[in-house]
Design a protein around this ligand. Structure first.
Ligand code: ADP
Ligand code: MG
Length: 246
């Protein structure tokens, strides 16, 4: 699929866990400003794909190129890359013993080398953006799951990422909290953030995605614009998957 201004490019990416071939010749290009939603059955390799994109997982073969540069193997270049391609997980992974403000500021001072005052100023602006300005001095346990996930999004944004990866960001949330997180993500999409989102929220896929990527058994089986994918899935696997979840 031709993409005008590639930001994330995977070419021929393969990975095994022992005998299990979890990523099979993955070719995927994500354009700058594009929102790609990745769906597929449990165990199809969606999380591994996300983690490969910022090298939380190594891969055995193939190329991963971020903004024209090959993904670094290790060291400072890798830390920089991880700051440029942020990740938001199902479990929010906040530091329990630090305030909300400190959670958002910490990596800014450590990785971006910002002064604490500067980091805190940016953190407060980001907390305002995700609707949590009033909660800066609380601890994570004092917040709801939806609020904690919005803190995690603010923390990822604080690194000025070129792209954000979301791995099932609403799967651990009570139903009434899902929308507040999806609304923040919708706003990010409208603001032009490049996003790769693994999710089961098909409403989000329909309204926010430029493209839906359907994975099964470690392969990208098909990819298409959401209206096309949902109304006219081409593969049996996709049809079967959609019949179970829609
Ligand atoms: P998904 O996110 O689509 O559910 P994953 O990428 O988490 O799929 O997993 C793909 C396959 O790889 C699954 O069969 C899973 O059990 C297996 N797997 C994932 N992580 C590991 C690991 N660290 N070691 C061994 N197998 C793993
Ligand atoms: Mg997963």
């Amino acid at each position: 699929m031709a993409v005008a201004d590639p930001l994330i490019e995977l070419r021929g990416v393969n990975k095994h866990y022992g005998a299990l071939h979890v990523l099979r010749s993955i070719d995927l290009t994500v354009g700058r400003g594009e929102v790609v939603v990745v769906i597929g059955p449990s165990g199809s390799g969606k999380s591994t794909l996300c983690r490969a994109m910022n090298r939380l997982e190594s891969v055995e073969s193939g190329e991963i190129v971020i903004d024209g540069k090959p993904l670094p193997e290790e060291g400072k270049a890798l830390a920089r890359l991880r700051a440029e391609v942020g990740m938001v997980f199902q479990s929010f992974n906040l530091f329990a013993h630090k305030t909300v403000l400190a959670n958002v500021s910490l990596a800014q001072t450590k990785v971006r080398k910002r002064r604490k005052e500067e980091a805190d100023r940016r953190s407060r602006a980001l907390l305002d953006r995700v609707g949590l300005a009033a909660h800066a001095d609380k601890y994570p346990a004092q917040l709801s799951g939806g609020q904690q996930q919005r803190v995690a999004i603010a923390r990822a944004l604080a690194m000025d990422p070129k792209a954000l990866l979301f791995d099932e960001p609403t799967s651990a949330l009570d139903p009434e909290m899902i929308n507040e997180v999806l609304e923040v993500m919708q706003q990010l999409a409208r603001d032009g953030m490049t996003m790769v989102v693994v999710t089961h929220e098909m409403g989000f896929a329909r309204s926010a995605a430029n493209r839906v990527v359907f994975m099964a058994d470690g392969r990208i089986v098909e990819q298409a614009a959401p209206e096309e994918f949902f109304s006219n899935p081409r593969s049996d696997r996709a049809r079967e998957f959609l019949s179970k979840i829609l």
